[in-house]
Write a protein that binds this ligand. Structure first.
Ligand code: HSE
Length: 345
């Protein structure tokens, strides 16, 4: 099927996806019957273009890489804001990749609602709207007969949600537990090597792992948002992100790390969700001392990992990047291919 795509936001993730799309265009068509035209890109800072018959994505990507914005492209209509782009272009698939306030989920929630109400499919990587309003948004998608996907919100392109939702469907998942924040795992790894907490955090920021406000990483809120999304999506929970207990890594000292290692353990920031006997799901984020022979103890640096405990296939662990331009760009592609499969059926 052919999709008319609109990018809302053209930052790192959007550019990563554009790179992948340009590289894979032919293969996506031949192998997966997925054809596309990028008809609009609307970015509040970099500028906006719309062309009904399709924009030259290669040129736009070169432009943004060279000058940091989309000014001077001059092939289409210039200057439509996000809402006008979502409502009035001929796009039937909206990619919500704009900057979002984690506390309010805006403007992403409004973008997603507007798209769904206008019967357009949505893919997003922003955690805010999903952590805050997933049920409402999924209901809205259903009511309007369109699809909404958000694989990139948890472990970026490492298929954490889809593994639980599709591949482990029917396996009897009783628990999901893992390292879902790269910044804190990087800090703990570097502290073990002798770096101070402050220097390790600074490095994580320089390397682009940390959130704009790293408090969200080190206090555990980023991990909490992800485990709530996962529990609600895969384990049928209905948790709000303010409910579960949440503790970050700010109280862990270099001495704690060294002592744990002497005892055969390693401190990790663990996000978990457990299915209880009464069918409810409890989630938490807290530092845990993991035995060195457990797979999660050996996940180092910014790498993420998630272990599903199931009834029929015991423990299944997935390991991979939890952030980054191409991994997160790929998460958007994986969701688009999933929508393509469903819409075709
Ligand atoms: N700040 C996040 C992390 C980025 O460190 O994992 C990906 O959500």
């Amino acid at each position: 099927m052919e999709f008319n795509i609109a990018f809302i936001g053209f930052g790192v993730v959007g550019q990563g996806l554009a790179e992948i799309l340009l590289e894979q265009e032919q293969e996506l068509k031949e192998k997966y019957d997925f054809s596309f035209k990028v008809v609009a890109i609307s970015d509040a800072v970099k500028g906006s273009w719309y062309r009904r018959s399709g924009l030259d994505l290669k040129k736009l990507l070169e432009l943004v890489e060279k000058q940091g914005d989309l000014k001077g492209f001059a092939d289409g209509i210039e200057g439509w804001d996000s809402i006008k782009t979502i409502k009035e272009t001929n796009a039937n698939l909206i990619l919500e990749l704009a900057w979002t306030d984690l506390k309010t989920g805006e403007p992403a929630i409004t973008h997603v609602k507007t798209a769904l109400e206008n019967k357009k499919h949505v893919v997003m990587t922003n955690k805010g709207p999903i952590a805050l309003a997933v049920r409402e948004l999924l209901d809205l998608a259903k009511k309007n007969g369109v699809e909404m996907r958000y694989e990139g919100t948890v472990l970026s392109g490492t298929p954490a949600l889809n593994l639980g939702l599709y591949n482990l469907a029917g396996s009897g998942i009783t628990q999901a537990k893992g390292i879902v924040n790269g910044t804190t795992n990087y800090i703990l790894t570097e502290m073990e090597k002798g770096l101070s907490y402050e220097d390790a955090l600074k490095q994580a920021q320089e390397l682009g792992y940390a959130e704009a406000d790293p408090t969200a990483d080190v206090e555990g809120y980023d991990a909490l948002g992800k485990i709530v999304i996962l529990a609600n999506t895969v384990m049928g929970a209905n948790l709000s992100k303010d409910e579960p207990p949440c503790e970050g890594i700010t109280n862990i000292t270099a001495e704690d790390i060294a002592k744990a290692k002497e005892e055969g353990f390693r401190w990790k920031l663990i996000a978990g969700a457990e299915l209880k006997e009464d069918g409810s799901v409890e989630a938490y984020v807290r530092p845990e001392k993991i035995p060195l022979d457990h797979p999660l103890a050996n996940i180092m640096g910014p790498t993420n990992a998630l272990t599903y405990t199931t009834k029929y296939v015991d423990e299944v662990t997935i390991v991979g990047p939890g952030a980054g331009k191409l991994p997160t760009g790929f998460a958007v592609l994986t969701d688009m291919l999933d929508i393509n499969r469903i819409v075709k059926e």
